[in-house]
Structure formats: structure tokens, C-alpha cells
Design a binder for this molecule. Structure first.
Ligand code: 5CU
Length: 390
């Protein structure tokens, strides 16, 4: 008898449901969706770094298109399921992509959060009751769960009732959160009731970047060429995440809410590499106490007790560092970042090399077919996020 395939679980996979796309299509400032006569797909413009290209394209129809194509992979459930099937992913934990609801007015944020979270719940419920094993590929049945979205600009009572709403949705397994929090970063004391409510509800935070670093950090626009998304995405995103978690640590969020669990995107940004340096600076610069009679927990201890990392890092060197930093292969979870980073040959219905790189990185770091690799590719997510129908 052959051993059943271990499930592959994608915990970092985004969608924009139709109601979100209509909001973006009605906007004049980023984030926004625009159509251009020269492009079959509308363009999705999200990042500050994309503004100069947007302005050029609005003035000159022959200028390169800004942002990225808003393909069906961002918006359609059948495309998500086909992508999963193509890459032998049996369970996905969906999340709204950045910048979530960060830009909404306080009055609209609550109702829109409720609508979007309900929409994710219904995608999961429909899929989990209707899909079966694909007989040609002998895969496990496809299942969906999701990380909810919070109306962060809404008044606190609305925000807290949105968490209560999430607890009633059977397929919600946590929330996705950016680094701005209520507008003042994740070390803002006003966030503590929210963190406590999430811990009480057993909803981990999937922490994800969006804002990057100010463009000036990367130096003046280079006369040597356009570096595209490379600097903001490859470097700005992970530094943003690192700074947000460092601030949470420094202000004592993890001690104040010991039940809080964080899953940090992109293998923790640069934390696996920089945690030692943060720790050294704390020891040398600050007297951070854990309160009377309490020992301060080191950055390493917090990472190993309250933090999980995704494995979206595209190299075995990064996977090894993430496993070391998180305290073992039982704290890392595979992800794809679908539908970002589509195939460079343009065939989005075929194999995505970005997915292959992340799978190969895990297999090279931990051993193809090893128990550790299976845990990272799926077992950890099933255990940590309780990915079984209840
Ligand atoms: O390509 C991009 O801009 C992005 C993004 O905005 N969000 C994300 O999760 N990955 C890539």
C-alpha cells in the first residue's frame, strides 16, 4: 500500500473579491485600478513606487503601463483552484491582498470588512462542499480557509465587533494585518485591546508588508535605468516587516499579550539575519525590563515562543535561516504569494516558477521527502491553523 501524499498547504495566497475591485476602480489615488486602451487587463496600482509610471502613462498613451495586470488570478475562485491543482496544493488559506482596508473612511470600513469577510467565508464554504479529488492527478480534495481582514480605520467598538464576527465564520483561521496598525505602527498602545481580543479568539495574525520604505531611501532615480519593483519589493517589503516586529518587541507587546501569535510573511523579512543585532542593540542601548521580578525575554525567545514564519523566501539559504531563527522546522509554513510573481513567460495557466523556487528551497534546505520538508510544506499549517472542517 502506498503512503498517501502529504498535503501541500499554501498559507500565503491572496485574492481581491469583486466588491474590493469595484472600490479600487472608483478611486483616483492609490490603491486604484485603471484601464488603458493598450492593455487587455485593467492595471492594478498599489505601491507608492508605481506613481511616477502611473503619471507618465496617464499623460502619454505610448508610455509603459504602470503597476501590474489585474488578471483573473487576482479575482476569480476557479483560477485560484486551477492554480492550486496545477501545483498540487490541496489546502489554501486565502487572504485579501494589500493594502487591505487601510485606506477606507472610518464610517465605511466596518460594513465593508463585514462584506469582504463574508465573501471569503462563502468562497471557502462553497469550495469545501463541492470539490472532490481530481481523479487524473490523484490529489487530495481541495480545501480553502481564510485569514480575515479588519476595519482598522473604524472606531474601536466596530473593530472589536469585527473580530467577534470572524469568530462566527467557520473557515476563518486568523487575520491578515499590515504594519501601519491604526495609523501609528504596531507598537501603538491603542492596539493592545485588539491584540488581546485576537489572542482570546485564537486568531493568529498573518503580518504582511505593504508600505515598504520611503523611495528616498533607495537613492535618486537612477540615470542608469529603471529598476522596476526590485528595490521596493525585494528590500523595502522585508525591511518594513522587520521594523514593525522590532517595534512590537521593543514596546513589550509580546509580554503584554502572551497568547498573541504572529505568522510573519516572507520568512520574517530580515529578522532571521538581524535578530542577533537587534538583541545586541537592546542589551547595549536600552534597559528593557519585563516588569518587577520578571526576566526580559530575548528577541530569540519571543521568536521561538510566539512567532511562526512563512517560507516565501525563494532560496534554501533563507529557509535554513528561517528554521534556525524560528526554533525549528515545526514553525515554518509554505506559501506562494499567488497571484503576485506570475510566470515570466506569460503563461499564467502553466507552472509558476516562483512556486517551484519556494518548493525547491524547502526541499534543498530540509531534504526532499523528509519529515521536516513535509511539515513545512503542509503539516505545520494543518496543525497550527487547525485546517480541518469543524
Ligand atoms: O508585486 C507586488 O507589489 C506585491 C504586493 O503588492 N503584495 C504582495 O503580497 N506581493 C507582491
Amino acid at each position: 500500500q502506498t503512503k498517501p501524499e502529504a498535503p501541500v498547504v499554501d498559507i500565503h495566497t491572496h485574492m481581491y473579491p469583486p466588491e474590493y475591485v469595484s472600490i479600487l476602480s472608483s478611486r483616483d489615488t492609490i490603491p486604484l485600478v485603471r484601464t488603458f486602451p493598450s492593455s487587455p487587463d485593467p492595471r492594478l496600482i498599489l505601491l507608492e513606487a508605481e506613481l511616477p509610471a502611473l503619471e507618465r502613462a496617464l499623460q502619454d498613451p505610448s508610455a509603459p503601463l504602470p503597476g501590474r495586470p489585474l488578471t483573473k488570478h487576482f479575482t476569480s475562485l476557479p483560477h485560484k483552484l486551477a492554480f492550486m491543482s496545477h501545483h498540487a496544493i490541496s489546502i489554501s488559506v486565502l487572504s485579501l491582498a494589500n493594502p487591505w482596508l487601510d485606506f477606507l473612511s472610518p464610517a465605511e470600513a466596518g460594513p465593508i470588512a463585514s462584506q469582504i469577510n463574508t465573501s471569503f467565508e462563502s468562497m471557502c464554504a462553497t469550495t469545501n462542499t463541492t470539490t472532490t479529488t481530481n481523479p487524473t492527478q490523484q490529489q487530495q480534495p481541495q480545501k480553502l480557509f481564510f485569514f480575515g481582514t479588519l476595519p482598522l480605520t473604524a472606531p474601536t467598538p466596530t473593530l472589536l465587533s469585527s473580530i467577534t464576527h470572524l469568530t462566527t465564520l467557520p473557515h476563518c483561521r486568523g487575520i491578515i494585518l499590515g504594519t501601519s496598525g491604526l495609523g501609528a505602527g504596531l507598537d501603538d498602545p491603542s492596539l493592545l485591546p485588539l491584540f488581546a481580543a485576537l489572542a482570546d479568539a485564537n486568531l493568529p495574525i498573518f503580518l504582511h508588508p505593504h508600505y515598504g520604505l520611503p523611495p528616498s531611501v533607495f537613492g535618486p532615480q537612477s540615470a542608469r535605468g529603471d529598476y522596476g519593483h526590485v528595490l521596493p519589493l525585494a528590500l523595502g517589503f522585508p525591511m518594513e516587516t522587520t521594523i514593525a516586529v522590532a517595534r512590537m518587541y521593543l514596546v513589550g507587546v509580546f509580554d503584554a499579550v502572551p497568547g498573541l501569535r504572529l505568522i510573519i510573511a516572507h520568512a520574517g523579512g530580515t529578522l532571521p539575519f538581524l535578530a542577533g543585532r537587534i538583541e545586541s542593540c537592546v542589551v547595549h542601548d536600552l534597559k528593557l525590563g519585563g516588569g518587577a521580578g520578571k526576566e526580559r525575554r530575548t528577541v530569540w525567545e519571543v521568536l521561538r515562543e510566539q512567532v511562526y514564519l512563512d517560507a516565501v523566501v525563494y532560496s534554501e539559504v533563507g529557509v535554513r535561516a528561517a528554521v534556525e531563527a524560528a526554533g525549528g522546522a515545526d514553525r515554518l509554513m509554505f506559501g506562494t504569494d499567488h497571484p503576485f510573481f506570475p510566470p515570466v513567460d506569460g503563461d499564467a495557466e502553466g507552472e509558476w516558477e516562483s512556486v517551484r523556487w519556494n518548493v525547491t528551497a524547502v526541499e534543498k534546505a530540509l531534504g526532499k521527502g523528509s519529515r521536516e520538508a513535509e511539515m513545512v510544506l503542509g503539516g505545520n499549517a494543518v496543525r497550527v491553523l487547525r485546517l480541518v472542517e469543524e
